[in-house]
Design a binder for this molecule. Sequence first.
Ligand code: AMP
Length: 294
Amino acid sequence: MSPKRAGRADRGGHAPPRVVRALDELRGLLDADRAAGRRIALVPTMGNLHDGHLELVRRAHGLGDRVVATIFVNPFQFGPSEDFDSYPRTFERDLELLAGVDCHMLFAPEGATVYPHGPDVITRVEVPRLGDILDGESRPGFFRGVATVVSILFNMVQPDVALFGEKDYQQLLVIRRMVADLKMRIRIEGVPTVRDPDGVAMSSRNGYLTAEERARAPALQRALVAARDALVSGSEAAEVEAGGLDALAAAGMRPYYFQVRRQADMEPPGVGDPVIVLAAAWLGRARLIDNLKV
Ligand code: AMP
């Protein structure tokens, strides 16, 4: 037993994940796992981890024998005026957090491994319509960047199952659509949103909020809860959407959308369709999103 493994038993903790940077090494290790009959569960992230990410890793243990997280801040999904350069990179802390949830492997590729000739000339994956509305409309090219990098990560890791948070509900649907359309043999698992005690959905970007803004942030989930309750008691979607926009503005946010949509595909709902309320708003430097199923 290595000293590290012995220490793990003594402390009741876990060994840190094996950090892999190169594609050859990743493939060698995972081929051996597959040959031994292990199922591989993938948790893609951009790092600056919080308990939402860690919940995906915890759930991954129930679905795979080998849990692989990835950290890659994907330049292709950031717009020109967005926060790619300032996106928080906290690798050492992320590694400790992943050790705490017994993540087995952390794949953190260099940009050149993912985009050998740069993101501008990479082969692209587009999910039309579903990828063009709501967050796709406010962030042009965002879902193309996400679908492209996730398909590359899928081909590098070749997981049996991959986990995504319901906080990014439209993203979860985009990935499901991509996997279905491209006939990828990967199970996609959605994980419910992890929230701070005051209801705010955990997000790497919450760190952009000042203390005063953070104190106003719960208004987003409160507006969604009020919308859900109003829909349940029979209010019209249009009225609920207008009320939601007003509530966000009253809390000092700059709302981008507050919408009642069909859960299955983000289209305007028909009678009897299960619906979800989704909202996006700027609060100071942070663009916050959240949603609630009705
Ligand atoms: P990101 O690092 O922001 O790209 O997120 C990586 C994954 O974690 C995505 O599947 C997100 O949906 C998921 N995630 C982020 N925040 C949360 C949260 N508060 N609860 C559950 N999942 C989350």
